[in-house]
Ligand binder design. Structure first.
Ligand SMILES: [Zn+2]
Length: 127
């Protein structure tokens, strides 16, 4: 099944969505970084309690994982916006087919059409 290329209106809609998601991610990261420095400051005032230190270390690991995911999502969203500006957005990087509008609405940073994404997942599963 061949997907039709995006219309200008569809591409604009997706660009708006990507820009909105990117701004949302960036503000979430900013809020979390603000919270982290606040927590660090509070912890130094009662660092003699060993239970607190253990809990703080656990919390910091979770924060690190979340930040890494946030940063990779920010990178993916930025890259997708870059592809829109470069005129290559919505084209499968594997087979060159158009990625359907419905798929892009669900996953605006998608690099591949549904068929190639499924193929890649199957290959990874057999690695
Ligand atoms: Zn493809």
């Amino acid at each position: 099944m061949q997907n039709t290329p995006l219309s200008v209106a569809q591409r604009d809609q997706l660009a708006d969505m990507l820009a909105g998601q990117l701004a949302q991610r960036q503000s979430q990261v900013a809020v979390r970084q603000g919270q982290e420095s606040f927590v660090d400051h509070a912890e130094t005032e009662r660092q003699q309690d060993s239970n607190d230190v253990m809990q703080r270390d656990g919390a910091r690991e979770v924060d690190g994982a979340l930040s890494a995911r946030d940063f990779s999502e920010i990178a993916n969203l930025s890259a997708a916006l870059g592809r829109i500006h470069g005129g290559i957005y919505g084209i499968c990087t594997d087979c060159g087919a158009s990625i359907g509008f419905a798929r892009l609405m669900a996953q605006p940073e998608a690099l591949r059409c549904a068929a190639c994404a499924a193929k890649r997942e199957a290959q990874h599963a057999t690695d």
